[in-house]
Unconditional design. Structure first.
Length: 126
């Protein structure tokens, strides 16, 4: 299985864990010209969840130009290409090589609702 923390380190992306009390804060990516890209993940989540959050944010860091991306799905962004791409990146990165044999729908044919459901099922707090 691919490790998003190792990939981030190899790419010069900093990953920090915070003890945020901000309601609903899970993770975000900060990209600013002249500064290293940083992924911030809330420590209140399980190790498995933090790995999934890191993979999702790594997707934002590599695929998108926005300065800040929050892993907070709202009714206005749940079906956007940006969130779909980050969800697909995370699931593809963390999935076993034979995921298509385990699922009834091939990964490349999943919509964002299914990808988000897979991620949400695996994200929990400590």
């Amino acid at each position: 299985m691919n490790d998003p923390y190792e990939i981030a380190t190899r790419l010069g992306i900093s990953v920090i864990h915070t003890n945020s009390c901000v309601k609903d804060f899970t993770a975000h990516t900060i990209k600013m010209p002249g500064y290293p890209t940083t992924i911030s993940i809330n420590n209140k989540y399980s190790e498995k969840a933090k790995k999934i959050l890191c993979a999702h944010e790594l997707g934002h860091a590599l695929l998108h130009e926005q300065c800040i991306n929050y892993f907070a799905t709202t009714s206005s962004n749940v079906m956007t290409n940006i969130e779909f791409e980050a969800n697909l990146f995370a699931v593809a990165l963390l999935a076993d090589d034979d995921i298509n044999m385990k699922l009834s729908i091939p990964l490349e044919k999943m919509n964002n609702y299914l990808l988000k459901t897979i991620m949400d099922y695996n994200i929990s707090t400590n």
